[in-house]
Design a protein around this ligand. Sequence first.
Ligand SMILES: [Zn+2]
Length: 65
Amino acid sequence: MLCPKCGQKTKVSGVDSGTINKRFRKCLKCGYNFVTLEMVKADINGEFLEYMATVIEFNKKTFNT
Ligand SMILES: [Zn+2]
């Protein structure tokens, strides 16, 4: 996953696993913090259908609390 702001590599700083995996990421270059929601959709037989990743940008002020 690349930084939505500067396009550089990011690292995962935390994971919240569940039906939807939430990954907390931080850009190595500009320090931008963001979260991705990642979910694998499977059908009734458990076959892989689709992988979804959504970026949620969030305000640095709220992240720092
Ligand atoms: Zn960045």
